[in-house]
Write a protein that binds this ligand. Structure first.
Ligand code: ADP
Ligand code: TRP
Length: 321
């Protein structure tokens, strides 16, 4: 079984990204043949800054390797190191009805927010379909926000196979990560870069501490009895602490004489400790950036061999050979 997922290099990774996407992606490497790529072609639709793009791609690779992605088990590569994917996207563009793309929520949302869309943004789901189909992926684990893109991929694959009367493409199974809860941000809304409420995975000690101190709570005083079930500190604490530690904190809330300042200190400590081994690994990796490059390159070569084979079949099928 081939499992594939991709991420846009859209900025510094936060703990919402970690629990929502990185951790499940890293776990994927134990469940099948895992292909993981950094969607830099997709980023060009919204990020026209070459040095920033290069920096972000490198950092995503670094952070994933630091957080446990094992190049001996899984591939991690740059999307653009397999340029065949853009050729496939073109061929798929030629069978994709415009109406299918006009209905895409993520496109409509960006336009509604006043974004002036380029053609790449409009055709974004077709490139994503090419990413998935070129590797004949069976399973594509994504967050809920990507559900419609996956449906579009399936529609395109089915249409292609029917139109040419040949099962060239595997119809990928959608696997929405329902089990992954939405990680709340400092203000209790979904943690997101766009809401400015994030805690970065690899932030400096002082930064993380000061962010944790900003977690929004109600205004109960030190002696007051508090409700752990509605508290944002507890919700975050649960992601990092053991069940015993969580129970201990909940008991203290109910007993009174335990202030939000104490709870925040405990939260900071578990976060800091949780990422300690990853920080250490990240430092080691940073000492030799050429290692990261070599992992990306070796992975891309393997992925490219799979893509080249699919493309031979596709070109033959559509009459380009
Ligand atoms: P952001 O909202 O900060 O811009 P992205 O949209 O780039 O984050 O998300 C990248 C990945 O991380 C997606 O797979 C998304 O589902 C996941 N993710 C982002 N924020 C959260 C969150 N608060 N809780 C769970 N998963 C999240
Ligand atoms: N659109 C995805 C996101 O923003 C990233 C992505 C691009 C992707 N191509 C993909 C995810 C193929 C899964 C499979 O999160």
């Amino acid at each position: 079984m081939r499992i594939l997922s991709g991420i846009q290099p859209s900025g510094t990774l936060h703990i919402g990204n970690y629990f929502g996407m990185m951790k499940p992606s890293v776990e994927m490497q134990n469940n099948g043949e895992a292909f993981f790529f950094i969607a830099d072609y997709h980023s060009l639709t919204t990020l026209p800054d070459p040095s920033e793009l290069r920096k972000r791609v490198f950092n995503v690779a670094l952070d994933f390797l630091a957080c446990g992605l094992d190049p001996a088990k899984a591939l991690i590569f740059r999307q653009s190191d397999v340029p065949e994917v853009t050729e496939l996207a073109w061929i798929l563009n030629c069978i994709t009805p415009i109406g299918l793309l006009e209905r895409a929520h993520s496109y409509k949302d960006k336009v509604a927010k006043g974004f002036s869309p380029n053609t790449g943004l409009f055709a974004y789901p077709v490139l994503m379909a090419a990413d998935i189909l070129i590797y004949k992926s069976h399973v594509v684990p994504v967050g809920k926000d990507q559900k419609q893109h996956l449906e579009i991929t399936r529609d395109i694959a089915i249409k292609f196979n029917q139109q040419y009367g040949k099962d060239v493409f595997v119809i990928p199974e959608e696997r929405i990560r329902e089990e992954v809860a939405v990680v709340p941000g400092l203000d209790g809304q979904k943690m997101s870069k766009s809401y400015n409420n994030t805690i970065e995975i690899f932030g400096k000690e002082k930064e993380i501490r000061s962010k944790v101190m900003k977690v929004v709570t109600d205004s109960k005083g030190l002696e007051d009895i508090k409700d752990p079930s509605t508290c944002n500190i507890v919700a975050l604490y649960k992601l990092f602490a053991s069940p015993e530690q969580v129970k201990e904190m909940e008991d203290k809330y109910r007993a009174g004489n335990y202030g939000y300042g104490h709870a925040k200190q405990a939260l900071f400590e578990v976060i800091w400790e949780y990422f300690a081994p990853y920080r250490k690994r990240r430092e080691e990796l940073l000492a030799d950036p050429s290692y990261i490059e070599s992992v990306l390159k070796t992975s891309a070569e393997k992925a490219r061999a799979v893509a080249a084979k699919t493309m031979d079949e596709v070109r033959q099928t559509v009459g380009l050979r």
